[in-house]
Ligand binder design. Structure first.
Ligand SMILES: N=CN[C@@H](CCC(=O)O)C(=O)O
Ligand SMILES: [Zn+2]
Length: 412
């Protein structure tokens, strides 16, 4: 099956295969091709170039993208989209003055979602999660990381990861599963956090590896959740099983989690709403991708990750949704890039780089995703007729997407 997209007004994020990450000053540059064509064969981008070179190319299906922009589908490197129910009551409680922390201390928050998830059967969880996955795919997400972490028991964590495995089989979207082994201390271990850590280390991680459910490991490194010592125990256990760390860190407090994650060669450090000079120093010279989650800052009214500070220091940055029922009930990457431009002062070029090639890097898949490159997967967004690509983040809240192609299949 071949698809030819012709008369593309502007083809964005055109890269050579050797570019796996974009950092600092380079993030300001978004390579594009005007008046272009692109040819897909099965699930792969096989050719693209100026329209003048399109003569004689035939295909099973031809799409005329006159006036439209084509770009790589979004790469959302941080989500928790497998969950059950919602937390609207906590949303209203926060409007009425309670903080996220106060709600968690009362047994709400992650523990609330865990209780619901433990009581939900696997098929129901799959159906609820599939709807969210289809929703974000229609919003242009072609690759997504999905975490466990609302199970908090061995069985419920395995249930989450098995649901993620089913989603992988069922969907064209590229899915990277992450074991969020230590998300909160379960009620049953309230006075025995070490007991819970031992359970994760001695039972959960080996079971996850045995069933080949995930190669990535995450911890919520935060006051009231898991401290540096706890986090290091999990990272060590993960390392012993060849698991790559992707860590929740510095959401509310900065106390050395970034340096610890870098020490364990984390692929990404996510949140970073709080960031101190030591964190910056740890990131410089590392292979770890900082990931900002602006929709979470927006929803919880907490600081935005200091994107300018990171990028101006020569570091890379990825943008992701954090889609989850508590801090970010939205998986819309279009909103993420708008918010990054509006609130974090990222340029449209920086935001698109952060949400495509750098997002792919933060999932370990930038060899096949995140740019328009021959040989990469045909994961594409075709926009409506828009005056320029900057119009996408500028006209926030509107839908600018005409079609979405994922894995060579037109899904919208
Ligand atoms: N911070 C930790 N985990 C999620 C939120 C979890 C929840 O509130 O359910 C996050 O990334 O924001
Ligand atoms: Zn998260």
């Amino acid at each position: 099956m071949t698809i030819l997209i012709k008369n593309i007004k502007e083809l964005l994020q055109v890269r050579e295969p050797n570019i796996a990450i974009v950092k600092g000053e380079d993030m300001k540059h978004l390579p594009t091709l005007k008046n272009a064509y692109l040819l897909i064969e099965n699930d792969t981008i096989v050719q693209f170039g100026p329209m003048d070179d399109c003569i004689g190319i035939e295909a099973n299906k031809i799409i005329d993208a006159n006036g439209k922009t084509v770009l790589p589908a979004w790469c959302d490197s941080h989500s928790h989209l497998v969950y059950t129910g919602d937390r609207t009551q906590e949303f209203v409680d926060r409007i009425n003055g309670l903080s996220y922390e106060e709600i968690a201390n009362r047994g709400g928050g992650i523990l609330n979602s865990a209780e619901k998830l433990q009581q939900t059967n696997e098929d129901d969880l799959f159906e609820q999660s599939l709807k969210r996955l289809e929703l974000v795919a229609n919003q242009g997400t072609g690759a997504i990381e999905i975490k466990s972490g609302y199970g908090l028991t061995i069985e419920a964590e395995l249930k989450m990861l098995r649901v993620i495995k089913r989603l992988k089989k069922h969907s064209q979207v590229k899915i990277i599963p992450t074991l969020l082994a230590a998300h909160a201390v379960p009620k049953a271990y309230k006075n025995d956090k070490q007991g819970f850590l031992d359970l994760v280390i001695n039972e959960l991680i080996p079971k996850v590896k045995k069933e080949e459910l995930s190669n990535y490991i995450d911890v919520f490194c935060e006051n009231g959740y898991f401290d540096l010592d706890d986090t290091e125990q999990i990272l060590k256990a993960g390392k012993a099983h060849d698991m790559i760390p992707k860590i929740h860190v510095n959401q509310f407090n900065a106390f050395g989690g970034v340096a610890l994650a870098v020490k364990y060669n984390a692929l990404s450090v996510d949140h970073l709403e709080e960031l101190n000079p030591d964190d910056m120093d740890a990131l410089k010279g590392s292979n770890t991708m900082p990931v900002a989650l602006p929709s979470c800052s927006y929803f919880l009214s907490i600081p935005y990750t200091p994107a300018r500070k990171l990028i101006d220091a020569g570091l890379p940055l990825a943008l992701a949704t954090d889609y989850n029922p508590g801090s970010t009930p939205s998986g819309n990457m279009n909103f993420v890039i708008s918010t990054a431009c509006i609130k974090m002062k990222m340029t449209p070029e920086e935001a698109i780089n952060a949400a495509t090639i750098n997002g792919a890097y933060a999932m370990g898949i930038s060899n096949l995703y995140g740019s328009i490159t021959k040989g990469k997967k045909a994961n594409l967004i075709i926009t409506n007729e828009i005056p320029s690509y900057a119009y996408m983040p500028y006209a926030f809240g509107d839908n600018h997407i005409d079609s979405v192609i994922i894995n060579g299949t037109i899904i919208k």
